[in-house]
Design a protein around this ligand. Structure first.
Ligand code: GLC
Length: 740
């Protein structure tokens, strides 16, 4: 439909019909039978709201969605189709590693492929929009949703956000196998005070612009069709009612002209935040801020018509919102084909197909981060060793991230299955302990199943003893432990970010009878790994790898694939060190270890300042050496370019890849500048003994920041460039930026 026809359609709609397009109802409004009653009624929606609401979420499946669409269109005076949205954040039925793990690949193109596969599968299942990518910058591992982000660096988040939008949307969301993306959560949800979920966010405008907005900006520049508001406040104003943030920044400065959808209940929550007396005020604040769709609460449905009639809300605001919604449905081609790609046959053909599984397996291996490998215990020798796979994840299908509740963990490959497929008949497997302690209950979210202890009390001691016996008999123990998937993700902040205590006790017992312990760690966040690292020779962080967990873990443990990951988020020394991140500020008293009296410096007296493992870090199965970083000149001129070159050599015995990272430090600016910032990275593959020269381009635009005058520009002065395998690289060279 062309724009003129869309405008004619809008002009022909009643006010009630327009407002209905702005409502998004939960999926149970469309459950079997006429669920226009039940829980949805309790939410304050009228029967008409239910029958007319313009979109719904968390419904998927070709046959089901075609049937719902057919029913819906019968009640639509203008046959405006229903929009189906859902959280497909790391795959639909072929589940990929959690986004934090995908960030560790340092390969945005890998994440783009994962998004494209997710789009292909979910579009065939009838979906139109995914609530992804989440590009919230995260620095506080107590917050459970770090698992949904690609980490602590704005530049990296921007590259991944762009890649994911491109993967989902392609060039045209109306094409087959494409869905609309929704970048979230706007803005700065990743920095809740004390790491506590849904807590307020306190950031200066400069920090917001410098560190938090770039990720959203890149996703919007990539064409994300939707943006989702965040639950949190900024400057003590909740995002969903924050006119400055949404109209001046998002739509004005960032140029976003798509659909702005609230997060679940966030319009009504303006009342809870105490900036609205009631849902009527909440509706007014939200529509004035430019929120087009209210997700799953009824403020718009109950009050917008009255607000227009009372002239408290100009109908123009309604028309703008509804036109954006109609344009989105039009871009998806829904007016011509309300089913879009919904096709049961295609669904059966695509879901979990060999190509998709293979991509998930490869992505997982690239996301695994080898944190420690004393005595080169990894990769495991292929034959002749007695291997004991111990722990609650040694034979466990529940290895998807928390936002994977449309998938079926029965499709997942366990470590045990993968090891046995390789013919290691003499490998033994012992659970040793449960993932969730007795009596503990971990709520699921949405359709996710709860987590609870899957062992009876009398079984636990027996399992523990059997595991210790197996460890004693083995040459090497592979201890597979970690968080439950429900311990990260939404509504999963943890005040102590450690491996569950009873699993640590298993590690202590096992390492007490066998020094050769490889710990395979499942988690949705960085954890305090001091005890794990002291009791293990090797530690491999695998996050939540998804459908192909077992194959990917076995590929890496036995050396068929290298652990390709580099940390996209720092692992803190302990919880007390959080938030910790590489691009911190020098302070007025940077810690000087050489000082005789090390008292009055910016430091702790009981722990080091450095994280246990820094951003960008990850070991491989070989070693690399670096030549001295060279710059093509000592001065960078306005509109000029410097080339930064560094030789990298594989000095080990195995082929491997190195993620060469470029960091730049501005030695002095009109405001304080971070001790360094990631400005580029390249993965190079090298055979043993092989050397390659890696070249980076340094240009003035890479030096820009929000200056004292709140201008985004570069200032003349002295800079240092560093190149290396993680954010602690000291291999540096100085240059001057002299634009005059
Ligand atoms: C949730 C999340 C958001 C998600 C939405 C729909 O509360 O905050 O990320 O997309 O609701 O499930």
């Amino acid at each position: 439909m062309d724009q003129r026809k869309l405008q004619e359609l809008l002009d022909d709609m009643s006010l009630e019909e327009k407002i209905s397009q702005m409502l998004q109802l939960p999926s149970d409004a469309y459950a079997e039978g006429n669920a226009a009653t039940g829980p949805v009624q309790g939410m304050g929606f009228t029967r008409e709201n239910v029958e007319q609401a313009g979109s719904t979420l968390s419904l998927i499946g070709a046959e089901k969605l075609k049937r719902i669409q057919d029913e819906y269109l019968k009640t639509q005076p203008h046959r405006i189709p229903l929009l189906f949205m859902a959280d497909i954040i790391n795959g639909y039925r072929t589940v990929f590693p959690i986004p934090l793990a995908q960030g560790c690949t340092f390969e945005p193109e890998t994440a783009k492929r994962a998004a494209q596969i997710a789009a292909r599968e979910s579009a065939a299942a009838g979906l139109h929009v995914t609530f992804s990518p989440m590009v919230d910058l995260v620095r506080d591992a107590r917050w459970g949703r770090v698992m949904e982000s690609t980490g602590e660096d704005a530049y990296l988040n921007g590259l991944f956000g762009k890649a994911m939008v491109e993967g989902y949307q392609g060039e045209n969301i109306g094409e087959k196998g494409r869905i609309a993306a929704c970048v979230k959560h706007f803005a700065a949800y990743g920095s809740p005070t004390a790491g506590r979920e849904y807590n307020n966010v306190e950031l200066s405008e400069r920090t917001l612009r410098e560190d938090y907005l770039p990720g959203y900006q890149k996703a919007i520049e990539a064409g994300s069709e939707l943006v989702m508001t965040s639950f949190n406040t900024l400057n003590r104003i909740p995002s969903t009612g924050n006119k400055w943030l949404m109209r001046e920044i998002l739509r004005g400065e960032m140029g976003f002209d798509g659909v702005l959808i609230s997060d679940w209940g966030a319009v009504h929550e303006l009342v809870c935040h105490s900036i609205a007396e009631d849902d009527g005020e909440a509706a007014q604040l939200a529509i004035e801020a430019g929120v087009d769709i209210e997700m799953c609460t009824a403020a718009y449905g109950k009050h917008l018509k009255r607000l227009v009639e009372e002239k408290r809300v100009p109908v123009k605001l309604i028309d703008e919102a509804v036109l954006r919604i109609l344009e989105l449905k039009n871009k998806l081609g829904l007016f011509e084909n309300p089913y879009k790609d919904a096709d049961p046959e295609e669904e059966r053909r695509l879901l979990l197909c060999r190509e998709h599984r293979s991509a998930a397996r490869e992505t997982a291996a690239k996301s695994f981060v080898l944190l420690q490998n004393r005595e080169g215990l990894l990769p495991l020798q292929k034959q002749g060793k007695r291997l004991a796979f111990i722990g609650p994840y040694a034979d466990n299908r529940h290895t998807n991230g928390m936002w994977s509740f449309f998938a079926d963990t029965d499709d997942n490959v366990t470590i045990r299955e993968a090891v046995c497929e390789r013919g290691y008949a003499d490998a033994v497997f012992e659970t040793g302990c449960p993932v969730v302690a007795l009596g503990m209950y971990l709520y699921g979210l949405g359709g996710g199943e709860a987590g609870s202890c899957d062992m009876a009390e009398e079984e636990i001691q027996e399992a523990f003893d059997a595991a210790v016996r197996a460890a004693k008999e083995a040459d090497t123990v592979i201890l597979c432990i970690g968080e439950h998937p429900n311990q990260s993700g939404e509504a999963s902040s943890r005040a102590e970010i450690t491996v569950p205590e009873y699993q640590l006790r298993l590690l202590e017992a096992v390492s007490g009878v066998n020094p050769n312990v490889v710990t395979v760690l499942f988690s949705g966040r960085p954890l305090d790994l001091r005890r794990v690292c002291s009791l293990s020779k090797a530690v491999l962080a695998v996050w939540f790898p998804g459908t192909e967990t077992g194959h990917a873990v076995a590929d890496v443990l036995f050396g068929d694939r290298e652990p390709g990951g580099r940390l996209s988020m720092s692992f803190p020394y302990c919880t007390g060190q959080v938030p910790v991140f590489y691009n911190e500020f020098p302070t007025g008293r940077p810690f000087d270890r050489s000082a005789a009296d090390q008292k009055c410096f910016s430091r702790y007296i009981d722990i080091p300042n450095e994280p246990l493992f820094p951003f960008g870090y990850g070991l491989t199965y070989t070693e690399f050496s670096y030549g001295k970083l060279r710059l093509s000149a000592g001065t960078l001129e306005k509109d000029g370019e410097l080339l930064a070159e560094v030789e990298v050599r594989n000095t080990g015995e195995r082929p491997g890849s190195e993620v060469v990272q470029l960091y730049i430090r501005d030695m002095a600016g009109s405001v304080v500048r971070p001790v360094r910032e990631l400005k580029g990275f390249k993965r190079v593959y090298l055979e043993p003994g092989e050397q390659k020269t890696v070249t980076f381009s340094i240009r003035p635009e890479m030096l820009r920041f929000w200056t004292i005058d709140m201008q985004f520009s570069a200032e003349p002065g002295t800079f240092w460039a560093f190149a290396g395998g993680d954010s602690t690289a000291q291999n540096g060279a100085e240059f001057t930026y002299a634009p005059a």
